[in-house]
Design a protein around this ligand. Structure first.
Ligand SMILES: [Zn+2]
Length: 196
């Protein structure tokens, strides 16, 4: 399944998790600074999805983007409940940063808006594109729950999937710390979905 392999790569870097854990309960400003550092974007637009998730963006997101984010979170909460997880299953628990895509197409030419980030622990893996990798989504902070995806102008199902998959790491962090630790880093294999 191509979609799955494209989106399976997301980063919730263990190193980053350690740093962010030290600033648990960080002010939104700190998380915003981290998102801006990762993406080199300035998020000047703040809004909410129809269901209440916080969204930071470069320009006002389209209705399709916002409803796709809600759809991804809805799927996430459903599968989380199936796994008997209860913490952080509200739309308002989540902040999503919509960054400018650093590429629009993948190496096969398929539409694939992704964000380039430092390779870190993915250095030397198949994902490594020369010191950086392309990711469909990136966890920005564990507490409060925040992640980043790239702006899409079509294929909004890919947005919903990226949201659902990034959200898996956050749900696991708050509900099942050992499973979170085992699945946070994809550089040694393993992708998404994690929650079945
Ligand atoms: Zn992931």
């Amino acid at each position: 399944m191509k979609l799955r392999s494209l989106i399976s790569l997301c980063i919730s870097i263990v190193v980053l998790a350690g740093v962010m854990a030290q600033i648990a309960d960080a002010q939104n400003r700190t998380v915003l600074n981290e998102a801006q550092r990762i993406s080199c974007d300035q998020f000047t637009v703040v809004t909410r999805t129809p269901n209440g998730a916080s969204v930071y963006a470069l320009k006002h997101p389209t209705a399709e983007m916002l409803t796709a984010i809600d759809r991804g979170l809805t799927g996430l909460f459903e599968v989380a409940r199936k796994n008997r997880y209860r913490s952080r299953l509200n739309y308002r628990d989540y902040t999503i940063y919509i960054a400018r895509a650093d590429r629009e197409k993948d190496s096969a030419g398929a539409y694939s808006p992704d964000i380039a980030v430092g390779a870190a622990q993915y250095t030397g893996t198949a994902y490594d594109k020369g010191g950086f990798i392309y990711a469909a989504g990136i966890v920005v902070a564990l507490n409060p729950c925040a992640f980043m995806i790239a702006e899409h102008t079509k294929d909004f199902d890919r947005v919903a999937d990226a949201v659902r998959y990034e959200g898996e790491h956050l749900v696991l962090y708050h509900n099942d710390r050992s499973r979170y630790s085992k699945t946070a880093d994809h550089s040694n294999g393993g992708g998404h979905p994690i929650l079945q």
